[in-house]
Design a protein around this ligand. Structure first.
Ligand SMILES: Cc1cc2nc3c(=O)[nH]c(=O)nc-3n(C[C@H](O)[C@H](O)[C@H](O)COP(=O)(O)O)c2cc1C
Length: 196
């Protein structure tokens, strides 16, 4: 069996908290439900994320099992459904882009991204795995989750659960399922002015 260490050989160029490189998005999930306490902790972490004017413009709608979960699975594209249907929970992430006065919330996507990352890091600290999915039917997500189109934008879905092994994956996906690398920091960070 391939072990976690062989799947994650990330090396950093500066000392950082291990959670930043330990978190990676496996497609393999063990057949194990999440407890209510685990689910509560994940969304608790997400909702402490910072946001412009503390507007907290995110909305998370989740399903674990039963008819709700079947509806949620049907919103995922075929490739994503192949692995994500094995996760204990699917979360649809929405950003509120229009406020009560009809004004655009310019930073809604940015703020919602911070909340997703908080959830992902909390999951990692709890020994859980997350993988986000943009490959979903963005329109269908509104009706599936009963979220109003006029004020929210569908961002993505997230699969959450206990990390599985290669045995939990469709054989076609095993080879690409490892912790990937990043660009050099110098390609995305600039002192004084952009020189990219
Ligand atoms: C907004 C977003 C959308 C993504 N969409 C998909 C997707 O549709 N299918 C998939 O398998 N992975 C998807 N991913 C996972 C990324 O490919 C993955 O996060 C990236 O390669 C970095 O790998 P890591 O999360 O393991 O560090 C998505 C990630 C994000 C943040």
């Amino acid at each position: 069996m391939v072990t976690e260490n062989l799947k994650n050989s990330r090396v950093t160029s500066a000392a950082v908290e291990p959670m930043f490189v330990e978190r990676w998005s496996s497609k393999a999930f063990a057949d194990k439900p999440l407890t209510d306490d685990q689910i509560a902790a994940l969304f608790e972490a997400a909702h402490w994320a910072p946001s412009a004017s503390n507007r907290q413009p995110w909305a998370f709608v989740y399903a674990t099992d039963g008819p709700d979960r079947e509806r949620f699975n049907s919103v995922l594209n075929e490739n994503n459904r192949l692995w994500a249907s094995g996760a204990a929970m699917i979360v649809f992430v929405f950003a509120r882009t229009v406020d009560d006065e009809g004004n655009k919330i310019r930073t809604a996507h940015f703020d919602t991204g911070a909340a997703w990352m908080s959830l992902a890091l909390q999951a990692n600290r709890m020994g859980l795995n997350t993988r986000a999915m943009g490959g979903i039917d963005l329109e269908a997500a509104y009706d599936t989750a009963d979220v109003p189109r006029a004020t929210f934008e569908t961002i993505c879905a997230i699969a959450v659960g206990t990390r599985g092994t290669d045995a939990d994956l469709h054989p076609r996906m095993v080879k690409q399922n490892f912790a990937n690398d990043r660009k050099d920091v110098a390609e995305v960070v600039f002192k004084g002015k952009y020189t990219g």
